[in-house]
Design a protein around this ligand. Sequence first.
Ligand code: ADP
Ligand code: MG
Ligand code: MG
Length: 250
Amino acid sequence: MLKIKNLHASVDGKEILKGINLDIKAGEIHAIMGPNGSGKSTLASVISGKEEYEMTEGEIILHDEEISEMEADERAHKGVFLSFQYPVEIPGVSVTNFMKTAINESRKARGLEDMPAKDMLKLIREKSELLEIDRKFLSRSLNEGFSGGEKKRNEIFQMAMLEPKLAILDETDSGLDIDALKIVANGVNKLRSKDNAVIVITHYQRLLDYIVPDYVHVLLNGKIVKSGTKELAYELEEKGYDWIKKEAVH
Ligand code: ADP
Ligand code: MG
Ligand code: MG
């Protein structure tokens, strides 16, 4: 599904990613962990095509297609979803209306007509039932007065509606409480299928108690210095990152 080869990227002329290799197959969940400042969010941004980040070397191949020259919205239409894309509050625009717009914009970009209202309602009903989102929530103003958990619920709902091939969840908010973690985990587990893949970026091993990754990668100073299975996450929880830093030096 996604192959990243020797990816280098810079921000403001400073090299942040220094040769990342990653191979993600459909149906897999990969966790990326690492200390603050190691480049996790930069990696998410570069894959999704945010323009402040300059890719200086390497390849990003999604389904046999090189996507690194594509704009962010084109990548989104190819099925790349990055969480926190729309963290804005939009008073007066309900969650439902926002989702309708997001779906129709995405269709328009692919040369398709608006989704018929009946199908849209069916899709909203289906996905909100799957994620146990209640009707009251759907009619609330987007992000206005949302708790941490509600923001997550909205984000996961958006992901469910767009049915991405590759979802990247960057759990940057260290204030996430256990309920919010569970909402994210529950959503990811319900939405995972043999046709999609998920990258979960987190520094909480705790999240990985609920989302069981197939692989865990440790990012350190812009490089993946260690990969393993979920046991690696437990080892990190127990021992921190220092031993990996030492190993990486050798
Ligand atoms: P992480 O998500 O692992 O904490 P980041 O990818 O956010 O790490 O940051 C890696 C490094 O890149 C840090 O030194 C950070 O200051 C720098 N960086 C990230 N984004 C930007 C940006 N938009 N402008 C300037 N520096 C940035
Ligand atoms: Mg950070
Ligand atoms: Mg980050």
